[in-house]
Write a protein that binds this ligand. Sequence first.
Ligand code: NAD
Length: 289
Amino acid sequence: MAVIIDGKKASGEILRFLQLMVADIKLKHNIAPTLAVILVGDDPASKVYVSKKEEMAKKIGFNSLMINLPDGTGQKEIAEKIEELNQDDEVNAILVQLPLPDYLDSHALINGISPMKDVDGFTPYNFGLLATGKESVVPCTALGIMKLLEEYNIQLAGKNVTIVGRSNIVGKPLAHLMMAKNATVTVAHSKTENLKEHTLNADILVCATGKKHLITSDMVKEGAVVIDVGITRGEDGKLAGDVDYENVKEKASFITPVPGGVGPMTIAMLAYNTYKLFAIQKAFPEGSK
Ligand code: NAD
């Protein structure tokens, strides 16, 4: 039976630490980090994610600037809004909620965010730093997974890691972070042949596909660490991960639940990155957590 990795607890500790840092700075300097979030359209899932981010910002003591633009807002208008936020000294961190409606060029809009305010670490500049092993702002979910592994003392050096899913948001940045920690990383995806062969080889298996219960216990090595990033909502309204949790937990050494595993860490890392950008811009000490 696996140790259940408690993302709620780990994220709670990070958020409390940041809350204290922010309160201290507010007291001494009367300023607080400002996170700006742009949401275009009314996709229900995106609205939920944005409201969770706003809730987190308030809890930590950040200023939050929520910009809701209606579906149909033009590329140019959004790009101008981003540029306005880039130029605004009061704004420390900018997030464009993805996915954007199909008619927009997401890449161009993300590329318009100043790398100094790129809280998601999605700009080519920050991604390039990450890929070359340099200090950068790291995408929140990938960073959250690294923090969880650290928290549970799970070593990466020399380990075989298989990441299922190659998105720019999760799989690709995580592969770079894990390579930098000397893991041997395989990235599988929808066109991978013999997926099971790759998952069975993994000492650490990360799954980020959004395919409910894609990973069954026969695909997992005895004693593997299993990190489940996927979130799907079943017809019963319940959230499920990519991993057949009930059966895989009997075989794994560590496992993240859905919900309560990686999800809360993503939010905590958004807070961490917001504070980090603010600290760099204002030359305050960075959080150590
Ligand atoms: P995405 O759609 O951009 O990427 C999915 C990836 O899975 C692709 O690389 C695809 O090739 C791969 N894939 C799909 N079907 C596969 C299969 N049958 N076998 C092997 N690979 C397959 O998605 P994303 O944005 O990376 O998100 C993935 C999942 O993680 C979603 O469920 C999303 O909701 C969730 N997510 C959770 C968090 C969190 O905080 N917990 C954060 C980001 C994403």
